[in-house]
Design a protein around this ligand. Sequence first.
Ligand code: PMP
Length: 405
Amino acid sequence: MKDITHIRADFPILKTKVYGKPLVYFDNGATTQKPQCVIDTVSDVFTSYNANIHRGIHSLSDKASEEYEKAREKVRSFINAGKREEIVFTSGATSSINAVAFSFGERFIENGDEIIISHLEHHANIVPWQMMCERRGAKLKVIPINDNGEIILGEYYKLLSFKTKLVAIAQVSNALGIILPVKEIIEAAHSANVPVLVDGAQGVQHGVTDVCAFDCDFYVFSGHKIYGPTGIGVLYGKEKWLAELPPYQGGGDMVENVTFEKTTYNELPFKFEAGTMNFPGAIGLGTALDYLLSLGRENIAAREKELLDYATNRLSGIEGLHIYGGSPFKISTISFLLNNIHQYDTGMILDKLGIAVRTGTHCAQPVMDRFGIDGTVRASMCFYNTIEEIEYLGTGIEKVISMFS
Ligand code: PMP
């Protein structure tokens, strides 16, 4: 892997100062920073070949369409999907989940059916299912978690029944950084003939994700959390499902033939891509994936493990600091609270030191409720962070404690 100085040089924002201090960016779970190559790609689209895709026969439109479809192929290959028809571009993980919740609900869900999610889910993987359940008269069942924040598989197996029509789970919890036993969850669901949606928003950027090895039925993620642009996301669906599901939005490009009497839909994946898509975003996402491949995904995972181990050790040595999610199966995220100090105060003081952390419920209120707290401080690290930055965070936290003592 490239050395850290060169990696950091790829991300222009990392030179920023906050309150006169060098930026220490530990909010990668919320969104990641962009390497120069991604910024250049998006700029190049607008500078050199901006034209609506799949519409014109003129050269610019051809070029934009070609680059957009190349990006689809890059996504397919990155997550090892079988076919490009199985890759749908959306505006993000949230819209991908909503798309499945709507279309799957319309097609397959009836009164009394059940959907299983876990207690660790982000609101984006809770609310769309609640809305679907309300619309279709179905019930939401929740896999509980233990005191370490790990889901209790035994309870999941008990929830699975002939009423279960879909399981939707995160690959990694955004609030605690815990990796879920996705493979076991999918195997059990499939042995009951139940399809599984995996929310990969916090998983896809931390190593190798292979949707064929998972054998998941749907997989979703957001471009902005994997070093790509905002407003672009991915919905992977096995062809057999996507072919069966009705489109969730109507409009240009998703149709084959339109008359006032009857409209027929375009082939996959275009059936699910109504209107002008975010093609600069998709093309930029393609460049982000190329960038990660050039670093090596195993290298990224190894480096992030090093950062996690160092940070866990450093922070757990601070008296009065409590880490939530003590599981050994984690990505490089640490969620914590300081005794008698509100997370907003901690976050605000750290910000004055140039350290960006996330505070609050992390859009996972049920996780906070489970632990009887109203939020945490979350430091989410990635491969461009350094041991020195973790040390600086440790010293910053000690400063917060001393200010309140
Ligand atoms: N799922 C998880 C696990 C997440 O962390 C997030 C974003 N925090 C989402 C879904 C939603 O992603 P987006 O807001 O990019 O649609």
